[in-house]
Design a protein around this ligand. Structure first.
Ligand code: XMP
Length: 516
């Protein structure tokens, strides 16, 4: 099925996939292309509009990313964001310079005033908060452009030449902090580019199925299944594409929650697909013995997963493809898969935690560019039950990254029991729907307590619960005190070697959701 296309031209900014995701949210198909893509290739895509992303460079630097100037005579509308805006100004006769410290350099939330006569801001309030992150300043705006937004510090927060269809904003409309940011992008798509909104998650599903069929041909696929949302959605997608060629392998690494291995097996045995369970607790725990450093743990777990999959693939015979349910936040937190220059926050087991050599012809990751809530939408599209689609995420390295410090079977049992009690009390209080992810972690800290007139010197368990939609940022959940109280009392009474319970009240950033 053909649909309108918007190109997001990537200049290396942090939020490029977020821009793409917002465009998809507005019902328009889009593709992110590197800024080096030849103009002829961009033309062949017949886009209805182009969005230049932000980027870390300064347009006046010789070696900063540039754009083919012919793009401006092509006749396709362009929206430039931050660096992209400065690029428009720089190419069309304006002048961009480094802002002086006391003038127009802006970071963070900024009160901004809009000219709502401009199509970009049509129908929106004249005043609002935008999120800025720019150190450069458009000293001279190109001829033919109007100034259509300003802040106290900066007279030219947004520019446009409506006759030619060029728009530029110094702020980031794609981030949640910019109030009405998505509405501005929607205006660009619908008011300027003439979008009709002909793209849905159903289309994504069809395109993904077609691409998987083209890639795999009559080859065999081994899918790494954890029973979580991402790998379950990936399994349903690949099953629909090449069902009989697919085997799902679930590795029980001994780092699962209480009863989880059996629950996953019971659930997936009901599906019409080839399902293999591998019990590998001993193998994983022996490799992890004595290891305390979080990144090291992640790499060991990532490598062991692959070695188990390779062994299973040999048993099946002639398996070319390993399929993983990797999603975009896994990629970006692992440092952008090495291509974007993004910092490594933690090596997600399926991206940064992969070993250098993987004995498969190719790894396929059909969800790699989707955010969590989009994956859930796709799951619904594929007919997965709501309880599975809305399951709270559980990281591939499992309790391995929820036992701080050295991992032992005893510590795993402690955190398993504490986590079970926490989940049980949340369920009894009917609070599951109010939180996105909640769990217990075993701190590596022991402290003094008193129980039955005697001294104890035992572990502190930390409870964590967050509310988020995309898992890139998150807030801690305001769980009622009485529920926290019940959880705390039960944990210290029912779980040996725990005499203290803490509740983590840190948002992400600055913390992350998991403790390691
Ligand atoms: P953080 O801790 O980075 O987590 O804020 C964001 C989300 O990702 C999950 N997570 C992982 N998922 N493999 C996964 O499959 C991993 O290595 C991994 N590390 C974190 C985490 O549970 C949260 O939902």
């Amino acid at each position: 099925m053909s649909h309108q296309t918007v190109i997001v031209l990537d200049f290396g900014g942090q939020y490029n996939q977020l821009i793409a995701r917002r465009v998809r949210e507005c019902g328009v198909y889009c593709e992110v292309k590197p800024y080096t893509t030849p103009l002829s290739q961009l033309r062949a895509m017949e886009p209805i509009g182009i969005i230049f992303t932000g980027g870390p460079g300064s347009v006046y630097d010789q070696d900063s990313p540039q754009v083919d100037p012919d793009i401006f005579t092509w006749g396709v509308p362009v929206l430039g964001i931050c660096y992209g805006c400065q690029l428009i100004a720089h190419n069309l006769g304006g002048r961009v310079t480094a802002a002086q410290a006391d003038s127009a350099r802006e970071y963070g939330k900024t009160e901004t005033f809009f000219n709502t006569g401009c199509k970009l801001f049509k129908g929106l309030p004249e005043e609002g908060i935008t999120w800025m992150s720019h150190g450069d300043y458009m000293e001279k705006v190109p001829e033919g452009f109007a100034l259509v937004a300003h802040s106290d510090a900066c007279p030219n927060v947004a520019i446009c030449d409506e006759a030619r269809g060029f728009y530029g904003v110094q702020f980031h409309p794609e981030v949640n902090h910019t109030v009405n940011g998505t509405a501005m992008l929607r205006n660009f798509l619908y008011e300027v580019c003439g979008a009709v909104g002909d793209w849905t998650m159903g289309d994504y599903k069809q395109t993904a199925i077609r691409q998987i069929r083209e890639k795999v041909g009559d080859g065999k696929v081994l899918l790494a299944l954890s029973g979580g949302v991402d790998s379950s959605v990936a399994a349903a997608l690949v099953a629909e594409a090449v069902g009989s060629q697919l085997t799902c392998v679930f590795v029980d690494h001994g780092l699962m929650r209480l009863n989880e291995g059996d629950e996953v097996e019971a659930a997936f045995r009901k599906w019409e697909l080839k399902f293999v369970r591998v019990n590998a607790e001993e193998r994983f725990l022996s490799k992890l013995a004595g290891v305390t450093e979080p990144e090291r743990k992640r790499k060991i777990i990532g490598e062991e997963f692959i070695r188990v999959f390779e062994a299973e693939a040999k048993k099946i015979g002639k398996v070319d493809y390993l399929c993983q349910g990797t999603i975009y936040p896994d990629v970006i937190e692992s440092g952008g898969g090495g291509k974007s220059g993004a910092a490594v926050i933690k090596s997600h087991h399926n991206v940064g935690g992969l070993p250098d050599y993987v004995d498969f012809k190719e790894i396929i990751e059909p969800l790699r560019l989707l955010f969590k809530d989009e994956v859930r939408q796709l799951g619904r599209e594929l007919g997965l039950p709501e309880y599975l689609v809305m399951r709270q995420p559980f990281p591939g390295p499992g309790l391995g990254i929820r036992v701080i410090g050295e991992i032992t079977k005893d510590k795993l049992d402690i955190v398993r029991k504490a986590d079970f009690i926490f989940r049980d009390e949340i369920a009894k209080a009917h609070l599951e729907g109010t939180m996105s992810q909640y769990f217990a972690a075993l701190t590596n800290m022991r402290s003094v307590g008193v129980m039955g007139d005697g001294r104890t010197y035992d572990y502190a368990v930390a409870l964590r619960s967050v509310t988020t939609s995309d898992f890139m940022t998150a807030d801690w959940t305001r769980i009622p005190y009485e529920v926290l109280d019940r959880v705390s009392v039960r944990i210290v009474n029912e779980v040996s070697h725990v005499n203290r319970v803490l509740y983590d009240i840190t948002s992400k950033p600055p913390a992350t959701i998991e403790w390691e």
